[in-house]
Write a new protein. Sequence first.
Lengths: 122, 241
Amino acid sequence: MIAAFALILVCQLFGEVVSELFDLPVPGPVIGLVLLFFGLLISRKPPKVLTDAADNLLIHFSLLFVPAGVGVVTQIDRLKGDWLPIAAALTVSTLLTMVLTALLMSKLFPKQETAEKAEDAQ
Amino acid sequence: MNETDITQLWVYLSTKPLTGLTITLVAYAIGFWLYQKSNRNPICNPVVIAIALIAFVLHLTGTPYAAYFEGAQFVHFLLGPATVALAVPLFRQTATLKRALPVIVFGVLFGSLVASASTVILAWALGASPETLASLAPKSVTTPVAMGIAEEIGGVPALTAVCVIATGIVGATLGPMVMNMARLKDWRARGFAMGVAAHGIGTARAFQVNETAGAFSGLAMGLNTMATALTIPFLWHWIFG
């Protein structure tokens, strides 16, 4: 478990160093993600301790968003001024992106399983 | 204990990292409990409940965000390693990836571009400030990455975090309804779209509804994280100089 966590941190550290060194606009953890992904592809069968450590980190992924989200208290003034464009752009853009992407992909994916009862399920 | 004692005790406690960390975990535990009590109704999002509870406590006690973050940073720190860890669920989708790679790459690039372009154009048309535009642009990728991108292009990371979480909640709650109205029935396409538009919060929702949708959502979220982080900063500097 410690070794697996250390490996994840090494990937992140490598990503931060590469991002800083080459002045890349890509965040360090993303480079770490790519590095680990290619490492997994090469190893073919990743060690269980590593996948367990990753799964444990991701179980409560949403908890990790809380501290940043509380930052809303520092943004009240900005939100007061810009709340309408923010709320409208967020809502319209998110739903537009979702429908357009789903339409595109349902055309592009080879025919296979379909959700017959999508209306009931959600 | 009189009121001054309590005030002094709070002044002492609020400087300890333990307090911010404890509040974060307790608030999230309450949020998660309510979420389960509501039969996992997406309206009862544990992140929203936790943020609201903590913001309320900070407001009530007059504690500045910086003091709270002294403790909460330990939770916040884990976003980095967790982002790296996304490589594991992504790896599990390798077989799918190999089968439909060109289609998937095209879909991710398409979704990534629609998400940021439509937000920026809409917000600009409605008169948002330049910092707000830069903070909104990466709204459809997972928080740590979105905050990193926003910082790169001159946005306000804290505002980005708020927008990203709001995006996830809008996508997870209203998204399925809108896709039903558009008569979209392919679970693969629905999941994929959820991951591209509403990142981790949407993916968590997709997994609850359908295993296939969840897997495709996770795949799309992971690839979109990379696509957006690799394209937005370059595009932004290219367009806005």
